[in-house]
Write a protein that binds this ligand. Structure first.
Ligand SMILES: C[S@@+](CC[C@H](N)C(=O)[O-])C[C@H]1O[C@@H](n2cnc3c(N)ncnc32)[C@H](O)[C@@H]1O
Length: 306
């Protein structure tokens, strides 16, 4: 069937994203609440942020905050201004309302904008938090989005981002469609439903008829690392989210019954999630990276023999 490339203009892709997220604000909030395995994902993300977000007065950029699931965690960790930039004005309003009378809200600027064209000066940000597969949603523009983030983060600054991996996404997709009794239909024609393409190249075009609701680029840990290095970051930590407890919901449900068992499950997840074999399982992976002093140059010519 070949590699289906159906990249639409970036402005069309972003409009589709904005309209979709405008219409599913509550669903976005619910993504990390309710079932214990969803809470597990949220807690692992918050703990990863806690491990990597510098405590201090530096400026933090939160790209794609959505309804603000992690905004208050960030405000609790940093002491400086928070720039919350999202394509959707609706979700920003929701984030703003959620902070309500919290005095920390004065530190937040809610800005409608695109990550690919950040309205910020070079090196003006200490830390960028880019959670919710924002780089993947940029499709073929992912490298451009990462370069733009690298432009605004000062050398030595931090990026915390997450990525969806082809293996984990296929497992999750199969689980979702099996609940809707569609799995056999898909397994009869996996190529039609882009399974092979996603596993080979990671690229998913926008093809709703084939259950592909977004243009999306999935990343392996290697391809994410390469994209980050090309943009000017050095990866210092990577961790799968919920390698143990995401897919088998009973594990999180059982652990959630006691604070001590919950804490121990989180610690086990953090250990297993950092093992190379586990990185592409679970609910995608998190990365913490440092902005290098200089972007690594690609060699212009092939090295010649001495
Ligand atoms: C999946 S939600 C993630 C929300 C939150 N960060 C979280 O992890 O729960 C994605 C959000 O990012 C925004 N978004 C996606 N791509 C973006 C881009 N290129 N620039 C700015 N915002 C973007 C969407 O509008 C949406 O609100």
């Amino acid at each position: 069937m070949g590699d289906l490339r159906q990249s639409v203009p970036a402005s069309v892709r972003r409009r589709h994203l904005r309209r979709t997220f405008d219409a599913r604000i509550d669903r976005e909030w619910g993504r990390y609440a309710g079932e214990p395995r969803r809470v597990l994902v949220r807690h692992l993300r918050e703990r990863f942020l806690r491990q990597h977000l510098p405590y201090g007065p530096g400026v933090v950029l939160e790209l794609g905050p959505g309804p603000g699931r992690f905004s208050s965690t960030i405000l609790g960790l940093s002491r400086g201004p928070l720039l919350a930039i999202d394509l959707s004005q609706e979700v920003l309003r929701r984030g703003q309302r959620r902070l309500g009378g919290d005095p920390r809200r004065r530190r937040v600027s809610w800005i409608q904008g695109a990550g690919e064209h950040l309205p910020l000066q070079d090196r003006s940000v200490g830390t960028a938090v880019v959670l919710g597969n924002i780089v993947c949603f940029a499709g073929t523009d992912g490298p451009r989005l990462l370069r733009e983030i690298a432009r605004v983060v000062r050398p030595g600054g931090t990026l915390v981002a997450d990525f969806a991996s082809p293996a984990a996404a296929t497992q999750e997709f199969f689980e979702v469609v099996s609940r809707r009794r569609q799995l056999r239909r898909i397994l009869r024609r996996p190529e039609f439903y882009l399974i092979h393409q996603i596993l080979d190249s990671g690229y998913q075009p926008y093809l709703p008829r084939r259950l592909a609701a977004w243009e999306f680029q999935f990343y392996t840990v290697d391809s994410a690392r390469q994209a980050l290095v090309r943009a000017g970051f050095r990866v210092r930590d990577a961790m799968a989210v919920g390698a143990v407890g995401w897919t088998v919901g009973r594990i999180a449900a059982s652990a959630r019954r006691e604070p001590r068992t919950w804490e121990n499950l989180l610690r086990i997840e953090e250990r297993i999630g950092r093992r190379p074999g586990a990185l592409e399982t679970g609910h995608g992976f998190l990365v913490a990276a440092t902005r290098a002093a200089r972007r690594r140059r690609e060699p212009r010519t092939l090295p010649t023999k001495p």
